[in-house]
Write a protein of this length. Structure first.
Length: 324
């Protein structure tokens, strides 16, 4: 195995919230109130829709996909959701400093050093470099054919990361380590805050399927886990391999598409005039929250921030909630 290369779960598609719109000759992210599933292929008009998008949207009353039936790839919640404080190079989109609130790995002139991580609010380097919370959620969408592939949802939204982290730990605990077999829903929720001027701020949640009591869902998950074990499917070995691959390098660097998304999310001032193929905070291809703000006229003509939600691709709708 090549050393120094972090290997993440295989991705076959992306989950996003939002889209890119053209204003005054510039492509800018615009929040949406529904999910979009895309492939990893771009056309002249942006990311191509995944075949599952149409089939799932047709099952809704208004064509808006606000809940996606999913399952987890792993029982370990930390493998399903990778969330860290991150600062990226604003030219390449590659990580420069990644921390967990206690320690951080930072690229310096002497190489990669391990330093204290006081969180972005208390870190001068983090404030200078635009460090923020960055999460990647890996899920399997019901109906996909690849049993070891996943859809990725990228987000910088605090509400989404906090909610998803709590849900995943809860499901792991109550299922006795069988969370991989729970039938779940990835749901889009809304909330209002004073900072959003009472306009809806979207974030992503993970729940049991509707009309599926907890005790029945857990019973089903444990029975499925036993059935898989009897068939010789070793989930513990799968998770051990996943951890080994993640620890094979210093940083979880994504592909060119993710680097485009990172630049749009972490350095929007550099990408406002980018081409429509650019992936900004979930709007066209990532499941993240757009923390970028547009300015529009507020009450009495005063400028007010309009926070964006996760954009299309693999993002989440937390744009406005990053600072909530």
């Amino acid at each position: 195995m090549i050393k120094g290369l972090v290997i993440t779960p295989p991705v076959i598609g992306r989950i996003a919230i939002g889209r890119l719109v053209q204003r005054n000759g510039k492509w800018l992210p615009e929040q949406d109130d529904s999910f979009t599933l895309t492939t990893q292929v771009q056309g002249k008009d942006g990311w191509l829709l995944h075949p599952l998008q149409q089939s799932l949207a047709q099952a809704t009353t208004n064509g808006k996909l606000r809940a996606i039936p999913v399952r987890l790839l792993f029982n370990d919640s930390q493998l399903n959701l990778r969330a860290e404080f991150s600062a990226f190079d604003r030219e390449t989109g590659r990580p420069r400093c990644v921390g967990n609130g206690e320690t951080a790995r930072r690229v310096t002139s002497d190489g990669v050093e391990v330093l204290p991580c006081p969180t972005p609010e208390c870190c001068r380097h983090g404030q200078e470099q635009g460090c923020k919370l960055y999460g990647r959620l890996y899920v399997q969408v019901e109906g996909q054919q690849d049993e070891l592939g996943s859809f990725i949802f990228r987000t910088t939204g605090y509400n989404s990361v906090r909610t998803l982290a709590a849900r995943l730990r809860y499901f792991e605990a109550v299922s006795g380590g069988c969370a991989r077999h729970l039938p779940l829903l990835l749901k889009l929720r809304a909330k209002s805050t004073t900072q959003s001027y009472r306009t809806p701020v979207y974030y992503v949640d993970l729940t049991l399927r509707e009309d599926d009591p907890l005790q029945e869902a857990v019973g089903f998950a444990r029975a499925e886990a036993l059935r898989f074990a009897e068939a010789g499917v070793d989930i513990a070995a799968l998770e051990q391999a996943a951890w080994q691959l993640l620890r094979n390098g210093q940083f979880e660097e994504g592909d060119a598409e993710e680097m485009q998304w990172v630049l749009a999310e972490f350095a929007p001032e550099l990408t406002a005039a980018a081409q429509p193929t650019l992936d900004t905070d979930g709007v066209t291809g990532s499941a993240t929250t757009a923390s970028t703000r547009l300015t529009s006229a507020g009450p009495r003509g005063r400028p007010r921030p309009v926070k964006l939600t996760d954009r299309l691709g693999s993002g989440s709708a937390d744009s406005a909630e990053t600072s909530s």
